[in-house]
Design a protein around this ligand. Structure first.
Ligand code: BDR
Ligand code: CA
Length: 327
């Protein structure tokens, strides 16, 4: 089994990614590190522990809080503004929608976060691992960027970094920037520039495999707690996007779960291009943008791979089989 460290900002799509990673049985999850992103750090930690408790592995998979702020920048107030723990809601045409993507309707966690900082955990775990470790940042990649800065020697024992981040000519927080890279572009740049193998699962791929309200019903119909949570979260995301003004009311991208899916089965990504990448950190209109070199795609000195599309049916089946298998 591949050894992985998930690095999350849980978050509804992070929650589905965690469920897929655990219930697939295909990965050796040696730990989960948490950063700020969808919510402030403490809320993301609590959400992560809640999901693991629901899966019955709260005492088996250690969770570490990492950086409460991006590497260089201060928190972006809008993204991290405190919202009540029961989420926020908005009434549209008499219907109340829970519109915060980071509200998980689960009992408060009983498992506890580890004392060690997430960055220290990444460094020690990668150093001590007999096999190379796959790092999976699906939030702002602060913890991994910080670990690479503190101890660049660990890069030798990293199999690859599989990001959820970026988009080619596509943004979701500015016209050209995706939220995870936008919220810590320096960290993303440090990782990509390090020369480590990177697979970048961005908005082009995740939006090519959107899950639908019908899919949500199928997950719920499995009758398992994970199936119900997955279906509820997908439904909430689709409804929330409509309220927030960007959604089509039928489907939404479940970004982070696609990054986990492609570690279990790389063929879920149907168009992956070897391309030199950079991240704009200049603070202007394209701040946080993933910049992709479209020339020289066969340059073997390039170690970054960008996903452009995914197999929606395969992606659905992987999540379905995982959540349906919950005992
Ligand atoms: C990414 O940003 C986070 O809010 C989501 O969990 C996902 O990782 C999408 O841009
Ligand atoms: Ca995330």
């Amino acid at each position: 089994k591949k050894k992985v460290i998930l690095d999350v900002d849980t978050g509804s799509d992070d929650a589905i990614a965690i469920m897929l990673a655990v219930l697939s049985g295909e990965l050796d999850i040696i730990g989960i590190t948490v950063t700020q992103g969808n919510r402030p750090l403490a809320n993301c930690v609590e959400n992560t522990l809640r999901v693991l408790d629901m899966l019955g592995v709260g005492d088996k998979i250690p969770v570490f809080a990492g950086c409460p702020q991006p590497m260089v920048r201060n928190l972006t107030v809008g993204r991290n503004a405190a919202v009540p723990d029961n989420g926020i809601s908005k009434t549209v045409d008499g219907v109340e929608y829970s519109i915060h993507p980071a509200y998980l309707d689960l009992p408060a966690a009983t498992s506890k976060v580890q004392q060690k900082n997430g960055v220290s955990f990444i460094i020690e775990a990668v150093k001590n691992s007999p096999d190379p470790v796959t790092l999976v940042p699906v939030g702002p990649p602060t913890n991994v960027g910080m670990a690479f800065r503190m101890d660049p020697t660990i890069i030798d024992n990293v199999e690859e970094v599989v990001f959820m981040g970026g988009g080619v000519d596509k943004g979701n927080i500015t016209p050209v920037a995706e939220a995870n890279f936008y919220h810590d572009p320096e960290a993303a740049k440090i990782i990509i520039d390090s020369g480590v193998k990177c697979r970048i699962i961005g908005l082009n791929a995740t939006h090519s495999a959107e899950l639908t309200l019908d899919d949500a019903d199928k997950f719920i119909a499995t009758g398992t707690p994970a199936g119900k949570l997955t279906g509820d979260l997908i439904r909430t995301r689709i409804e929330a996007e409509v309220v927030l003004g960007g959604g089509n009311g039928c489907s939404d991208a479940i970004h982070d779960a696609l990054s986990v899916a492609c570690i279990i089965d790389p063929t879920v990504i149907t168009d992956l291009r070897r391309q030199k990448c950079d991240i704009d950190i200049n603070g202007g209109a394209s701040d946080g943008q993933l910049i992709v070199e479209h020339r020289n795609e066969n340059d073997t000195s390039v170690n970054s791979y960008v996903a452009y599309s995914a197999d929606k049916q395969k992606f659905f089946d992987m999540i379905y089989n995982a959540v349906a298998s919950q005992k």
